[in-house]
Structures are given as C-alpha cells and as structure tokens.
Design a protein around this ligand. Structure first.
Ligand SMILES: Cc1cc2nc3c(=O)[nH]c(=O)nc-3n(C[C@H](O)[C@H](O)[C@H](O)COP(=O)(O)O)c2cc1C
Length: 169
C-alpha cells in the first residue's frame, strides 16, 4: 500500500464507529461481511448505505440476490464481527432468523431488511444503497460494540454532558 493510503487509513481509524454485519442468503447459504462504513442516508424514503470492497464475496452475492440485512452488533457479538471480517474458513455457528429470503443475526441491537436500491462505483469499493423494507430491535439497546484504531471496544451509551436534559426542561 502506498504511503498516502497508509496515512489515510491510520488517520481515518481515529473515527470511532459502531460495527455491523451485512448478511445475504444465496440459495440457502449465508454470505456476510463485517462493516463499519454504514450510514443512514435518507428518511423519506428509508435508505441506508455502506461501502463494500470490490473484492468482497458478499458484495458480489448482494448484487446477485438483490437483498440483504444489516445487523447492528452489541458488545457480546464480537466473535461474530471477527468471524465475518475473516476468510470464514473456520467453522462457526450463529443463531440466525430467516424469513422471506432474508437472513439475520439473532440478538443484534437492530436489524434492517433491505432491498438493493442502487450500487455506485467508488474507487476500489462499491457504494451500496439499500431501501429499508422492515426493521426490528429490542426495546433496550444493549452495550454497543465499537471499533476504533483497529480495536473493538464495549460502549455503554451514556451522555457526557447534561445538554440533552437541559433542552427538554
Ligand atoms: C471493524 C471492521 C469493519 C469493516 N468494514 C468494512 C467495510 O465497511 N467495507 C468492506 O468492504 N470491508 C470491511 N471490513 C473488512 C471485511 O469485513 C472483510 O474483508 C471480510 O473478510 C469480507 O468478506 P467477504 O469477502 O466474504 O465478503 C471491515 C472489517 C472490520 C474488522
């Protein structure tokens, strides 16, 4: 990798993110990858986006199936994040939900069922836009899995100032 690309990667890693797994069901086989490029893109209509490497097998599978789920992980799901960020040649079993051609990861903090709306070229990645058909999640958000400077961390969501409280009083 060139010096500039290395610096870019090192500095961008200072941007802390949540962690999600994107899953698609292709002929009964689960394909998935871990992502942190996820963004909510539009409320009307409901759209989300993430960037996927052109070399990703899951990215190719999504272009073929035209549907996927985005699963936002809690801190207890770090092993799933590690598995789906790997070549997946080790055996691992996770609890999946399945319905209407979608597959999702049970116990996630949030699950979005999406149809592929559009795919745009973005350098060595593809920008995938999903239209959100359905969503679910537990009433209470569990501790978050976050990613920062190449490390996973557990975040208990907690305000760092009382500004929000002040706004509502
Ligand atoms: C925290 C984390 C976030 C990642 N985010 C992305 C991402 O947004 N887009 C991407 O293409 N790869 C991302 N990756 C790398 C993929 O998860 C990894 O290359 C995976 O093995 C691809 O699997 P596939 O080829 O089976 O689809 C991320 C890895 C980690 C550990």
């Amino acid at each position: 990798m060139k010096d500039k690309a290395l610096s870019y990667r090192r500095l961008f890693a200072r941007f802390a993110t949540g962690v999600a797994i994107v899953l698609t069901d292709e002929g009964g086989e689960v394909q998935g990858l871990t992502v942190n490029s996820l963004t909510s893109a539009s409320l009307d209509p409901l759209l989300l986006l993430f960037c996927v490497s052109r070399s990703s097998r899951t990215g190719d599978a999504i272009l073929r199936t035209g549907r996927f789920t985005v699963n936002i992980l809690n801190a207890d799901q770090e092993n799933a994040a590690r598995h789906f960020a790997s070549r997946k040649d080790t055996q691992a079993t996770f609890e999946y939900g399945r319905e209407a051609g979608f597959v999702w990861l049970a116990h996630s903090n949030a699950v979005f069922h999406c149809h592929l709306e559009k795919s745009y070229p973005g350098g060595d990645h593809r920008i995938i836009i999903g239209s959100v058909e359905n969503m679910s999640g537990p009433d209470e958000c569990k501790h978050l899995l976050v990613y920062h400077e190449g490390h996973y961390a557990n975040l208990q969501s907690k305000a760092i100032s009382n500004r929000d409280e002040a706004r509502t009083s």
